[in-house]
Design a protein around this ligand. Structure first.
Ligand code: SF4
Ligand code: SF4
Length: 371
């Protein structure tokens, strides 16, 4: 919060807390959560993946991506040590599929207080890796999984992460899978693993193929055509909003989500203020803007708009952009007490989704050794 508006927002928060001192602890905890993300960085861990998801954000525009100059594991280790010395507090380990390069994850393990791995869940990540694992799932049954991702994924992911406190299933909801939300929540509950939601957000290339009536291929445009698409139209969005909210109410110990966030992420697009010249979101918290940095697998810093650069900001409903845009309260978040409490609810939920304290990991390891 900077400048005149920042001071006004801070003053509104002070007034709420003066009138309702019971909010002081919640606000203090919210600030601790936000501080954990004060210096984030993104690391691409792999240039290969064992799936082919419809409209993949990573390969869609660049199916033959390779690394010309692969680095040794010693170079990765030194690189992460240097990044930690630079002050990185939150390391995001992203595409293509980090679980296929686990030596690199292990090389990062000693260095960062918090980490977040985005994986498809088909390959179990070494128990020694002390970071949050966001497991992307796209369907609750094998047929939809095969249609959307070219393989059965969800059941393998459940087997790999049953009872693992590092893991949170991240259900990317499409128009075709809204009816599976309840089943997925129940199965996650039965397997002792948490669940949250993401909304399918198309890439530019995917949308171009749809509008141009492109032929289906055998990789990332296998099943969509014309109006037969996983993207969420208005009607589907209303259904998804209802189903995700209902899952939160019915499975409160499993589903880590927030009604205020549900209202925001299912709201009318664009969710963000767009640059009129470039169409890029100006106020999305996932933008890679200094001091935030993004590194590809050659360990070189790249200039990209965000970690899902192929997705159009005008139609983006990705959970990453949504949650990271909530760190700083805006004027609308403090316009009255209810709005402020809704912001606190979002920050508390954000902390539960993204943070896995290293202390929990240590205690868990000691406990497992004793058994
Ligand atoms: S798991 Fe991720 S990187 Fe792999 S194909 Fe699916 S969307 Fe692309
Ligand atoms: S997360 Fe979405 S809105 Fe934000 S910069 Fe990336 S594509 Fe744009």
């Amino acid at each position: 919060m900077k400048g005149y508006y920042g001071r006004q927002i801070a003053s509104a928060i002070r007034a709420f807390i003066k009138q309702h001192p019971e909010l002081a602890t919640r606000y203090k905890q919210a600030k601790t959560v936000v501080r954990s993300f004060r210096q984030p960085a993104f690391y691409e861990m792999a240039t290969r993946c064992n799936l082919s998801c419809e409209g993949c954000y990573y390969f869609d525009n660049n199916p033959d991506v390779t690394t010309n100059n692969p680095c040794s594991i010693e170079e990765w280790y030194k690189f992460f040590a240097h990044e930690a010395a630079r002050g990185v507090t939150m390391a995001y380990f992203v595409g293509a599929e980090p679980a296929l390069e686990q030596e690199r994850l292990l090389a990062a393990a000693p260095h960062f207080p918090f980490g977040n791995i985005g994986t498809n869940g088909t390959v179990a990540i070494d128990p020694a890796v002390p970071y949050r694992i966001g497991v992307s799932i796209w369907a609750g049954d094998n047929a939809s999984d095969k249609e959307l991702r070219g393989a059965t994924v969800f059941r393998r992911a459940l087997k790999n992460y049953r009872g693992d406190p590092r893991a949170i299933m991240l259900f990317t909801v499409t128009r075709w899978t809204i009816d599976q939300i309840e089943t997925v929540a129940k199965m996650c509950q039965d397997h002792g693993v948490q669940l949250t939601f993401n909304l399918y957000s198309p890439t530019h290339t995917f949308l171009d193929k749809l509008t141009q009536g492109a032929e289906n291929d055998s990789s990332y445009f296998r099943v969509s055509s014309g109006r037969h698409t996983p993207t969420l139209d208005d009607e589907a969005l209303i259904k998804a909003h209802r189903a995700m909210g209902s899952a939160l109410d019915r499975y409160p110990d499993t589903v880590v989500y927030s009604h205020p966030f549900n209202d925001f992420i299912c709201g009318p697009t664009p969710l963000y203020e767009l640059d009129p010249d470039t169409g890029v979101a100006l106020d999305c918290g996932s933008r890679i803007l200094s001091p935030m940095r993004y590194f590809t697998t050659d360990l070189v810093s790249q200039s990209v708009k965000c970690c899902t650069a192929e997705v159009g900001c005008d139609q983006c409903r990705l959970y990453s952009g949504g949650w990271s845009s909530k760190f700083v309260p805006r004027a609308t978040d403090v316009k009255d007490l209810v709005s402020f409490e809704r912001w606190l609810d979002m920050i508390e939920t954000l902390g539960r989704i993204f943070l896995y304290p290293r202390e929990i990991h240590k205690i868990r390891h000691i406990h497992e050794k004793e058994q």
